[in-house]
Design a protein around this ligand. Sequence first.
Ligand code: ZN
Length: 592
Amino acid sequence: MFSTVRHFVASIFFFGVLSAGCQTFNLQPTAEMAFKTSVDQFLTDYWKVHPEKAAAFGLQAFEGQLVIFDTEQKKRNLAFIRKYRSVFGGYKDGKLTPSQRIDRDLILNDLSREEWLLNVFQPWAWQPAYYNIGRNIGSLLQSDRSSFEEKMAKVAMILDQAPAYYAQAKKNITGATKAHLEFGIQQNRGVLAFLKKTVVPQVRSSRLSNKPQLFKKIAAASDGIKGYISFLEKTGATLADGSSFRDFRIGPKLYEEKFEYEVQSRFSAKEIYKRALSDRKKTHKKMSLLANQLWPKYFPNTPKKVFGLKDIQKLIGEISKKHSKPAEFIQDIRQQIPDLARFVREKNLLYLDPSKPLKVRETPEYLRGFAGASVDAPGPFDPDRETFYNVSPLDGMTKSQQQSWLREYNHYTLQILNIHEAIPGHYTQLVYDNKNPSLIKTVFHNGALVEGWAVYAERLMIEAGYGRNTPELEFMYWKWFLRVVTNTILDYEIHNMNLSKAKGLSYMVDQAFQEQEEAEKKWKRAMLSQVQLTYYYTGFTEIYSFRESLKSEQKESFSLKRFNEKLLNFGSAPVKTIQALWNEPRDPSQKR
Ligand code: ZN
């Protein structure tokens, strides 16, 4: 059990030796080495405070641990923050390599973010879905580095802690919002279903000798979850009587703070919001030009010269009729993945590692209810685990919901979804990320870089002529891009400007041409999250404008492939820090 930790420390040390060996900087090597030692110590302690994160990153020694979030735990977290703020605050720029400066800044930013979460934002007190053992058990069971017997031993540890974990959850939840409460109930019902439909049958058909004990543990954990669900239901009923739910809008002060800690952009939230407003206008113009080209093909009997939003909507409705059948949705996605890889190679856009296949599967039940599709990739310590492309199946939907969903993810937009989620989007970025020797940049990855890259990947493919430049695909691409732009506008206006649901839905349906079903889902997600919906557009804007400025500087010598690979090789650091490091050719973090 201990060997993983040792292996991990050894690998950090190995990187340390590597970079110390190339004495390319005229820096005090002692300060450089001291910094490495501090990072090792920091991570060792960090995993102890955040064992669930450690397990999510593939550190097996931490699997099976649940954090019971009581006052003692909070004290431990705060002490950890104080200790390492003073350690890393003591490293001044002149003593560190550029890459180490970034690592130091990422660590300090995360410590401040953690402290802000603990003292100010306190999601554990008003977001009931914070408590969910399905995530831990699910990721454990899908790892293929240990035998089923070993995995079940750790699952048993989680099950043992579950009653205390959920008892503490009841104490911690003091003022949920209505949306978060319902989400917490939904997810934990998913956990119950997962235990019953997935874990129990696996145990039953196994050769484990302790089956009766395991069934007992599953029953006890399920009772704990049921108790939590009924507590949430009672809380909901009480709050509904007094209509005293917490407001899901976090307000300008918390919003600006959250944006700063999470996005770490060179733009402020307000600047990004203003850019999004202007991009919405520009995109409408582009779409009306393409509509002019497409209209005669779809409406030959009603000629038109001027195209407003209603006409664009009508055209989208017609083009969206080309879509998968409900039962073939996942199969269609599965078939598209190799085409995307072939195109990326043909056009020389970037290197794809053929040894890391992507597996398309139905989203496990305990993860459903948030996004329609997502990539679930292994962490840096478990690089051999499979990467899954989770797609929520349509069988839980009514006929009309299915039709609405399939029109939204039609023949054209489904391809853009796959570019975003898989190749060369999230999946490709994560494969590069896992090879990056800077663990700090991987562990404290920047969400805006991750989402921004996936949005940039869509533009990259369209610009390279993916889909043989069919105007339909380009037209639908702009519709898709409008969604990213609209996400930013929605998120900003919801939390800062009291945007109403009616107006929010109208932004999505009338101005971004989304289906009602998709818009309702997005509204739900927008109520549950804050700032996260701006990652996409912010990261994209930063990457794209950076690329364009390099292009105009370097003219003919600019290489798109080199740019893409170099950007990904930095790992998931904030774009502004990547820019700051771009011209440091001998930065040790760039050695592969
Ligand atoms: Zn994404």
